[in-house]
Design a protein around this ligand. Structure first.
Ligand SMILES: *Cc1c(COP(=O)(O)O)cnc(C)c1O
Length: 408
């Protein structure tokens, strides 16, 4: 998608980008300092509504809050989704502070400490088991607390999903229990004092190919159908993962949600309805829920020409928005969509480099981007900043102040 398409999604007023209904310079004045992250409530809501309209009614939406744990966002989404997935003790507390009930919070991720597991068991949330060590810790915590832990087994599938920005299943993994080991684990731990609800299969992240996502969902249901034969009771939890990607670069096309949904309707009405009448399938999403609603806004503090190349130096950078610099696991660095936000309607006329204020060449936010003439005090806006922004960036690097975050 081109930057102009992102501008159109937010809208403009007198040539200025509008975020949360406000022209950018007014929003910047209200926040009081740059850089900052702003998340647009209306866009968040529109995304949830779009998903609800497309996906089968029986499908439950879970928010993977590591994508954006800002408390206002978590509270806002908690009123709109069915579940929250957390990945640490702190995230668990934030989720438990919302109106989502504990039994609708799941805790995934490798390396859960005994203390975190105990906290999760005590709260009654679903612990998604990544190893037999975790299983033993959960059982010990249940014994100790006199409670029956609620558990799902995260399965490392015996298939890999192509086209994911980050692969998290198939082959050797730190995530989940290998599919071929699960039957033995179920036998060994049968009757061991936990409430084993079902399975979670998360194969990968940032996938823009609907057919590959649909195929992964079909194979996941096949896999769970095999594994569920080893459960004492009916399957009650079927977390199909997610992996829905968003278009970060000009080459990326948005995911065809309707194509994913059509395949999921078939699965839900067919195999899932027949085999798992007591399980609500869960789709777990991070960036697809929040990523496109957010912008990172940073101010030009210097403009210089070096051997014919114009550099706009901004007061933000990779210490806040690491992904936009291409250093968040990307194999190839490509520009994130970026505009001069207080002149969002103007056409680009020259290729400039937008660089952050860190003393490293890695701090490159825009490499030869076509921007309208821009100077000191102009506001540079980077789109697709609603997920894996502030909390996925090395904020302490060089000791600059932490930016504000606002939900508008
Ligand atoms: C990170 C993660 C997600 C969210 O991934 P997105 O690409 O942001 O949708 C979902 N589920 C699990 C288990 C994760 O680890």
């Amino acid at each position: 998608m081109k930057p102009a398409e992102h501008v159109a999604a937010f809208g403009t007023t007198d040539g200025e980008l509008r975020v949360g209904g406000m022209p950018l310079t007014r929003l910047a004045a209200r926040v009081g300092s740059t850089p900052f992250f702003a998340y647009d409530r209306a866009q968040l809501d529109a995304r949830v509504e779009r998903l609800r309209a497309a996906l089968p009614q029986r499908v439950e939406l879970s928010f993977a809050m590591k994508a954006n744990p800002m408390p206002a966002i978590v509270q806002h989404l908690a009123r709109r989704v069915d579940r929250i997935d957390v990945a640490s003790g702190l995230e668990m507390q934030a989720a438990l502070d919302t109106e989502i009930r504990p039994e609708r919070v799941s805790f995934a991720g490798p390396g859960k400490t005994p203390a975190e597991i105990r906290q999760a068991v005590a709260a009654g949330i679903i612990v998604e088991i990544e190893s037999t060590t975790e299983l033993r810790r959960v059982l010990a915590a249940g014994d100790d607390l006199g409670m029956t832990p609620r558990v799902a087994i995260r399965v490392n599938p015996d298939f890999a999903v192509k086209g994911s920005g980050m692969r998290m299943g198939g082959g050797p993994q730190q995530f989940g229990i290998d599919a071929e080991q699960v039957p033995d684990v179920l036998r060994e731990y049968a009757g061991s004092g936990m409430d084993l609800l079902g399975f979670h299969v998360f194969a990968g992240s940032q996938n823009l190919n609907a057919e590959i996502i649909a195929e992964a969902q079909r194979r996941t249901v096949d896999l769970v159908t095999d594994l569920a034969a080893g459960l004492a009771g009916p399957l009650r939890y079927l977390n199909l993962g997610g992996g829905f990607g968003i278009p970060y670069t000009e080459r990326d096309r948005p995911l065809d949600l309707d194509a994913v949904a059509a395949s999921l309707h078939n699965l839900v009405d067919g195999q899932i309805a027949q085999r798992f009448p007591e399980a609500s399938p869960v789709i777990e999403l991070g960036r697809y829920l929040v990523g496109e609603s957010g912008v990172y806004v940073t101010r030009v503090v210097d403009r210089k020409v070096s051997r014919g190349k114009t550099f706009l130096v901004v007061d933000g950078g990779m210490h806040h928005q690491l992904a936009a610099s291409g250093n968040f696991g990307q194999a190839i660095r490509r520009n994130y969509p970026l505009v001069v936000g207080n002149r969002a309607d103007a056409a680009g006329d020259q290729g400039v480099n937008v660089v952050g204020c860190l003393c490293t060449p890695l701090d490159l936010l825009g490499d030869d981007v076509e921007l309208p003439p821009a100077d000191i005090d102009d506001l540079i806006v980077i789109f697709q900043a609603g997920a894996y922004g502030l909390t996925a960036s090395p904020t302490a690097f060089l000791g600059h102040p932490v930016p504000a975050e606002v939900l508008v």
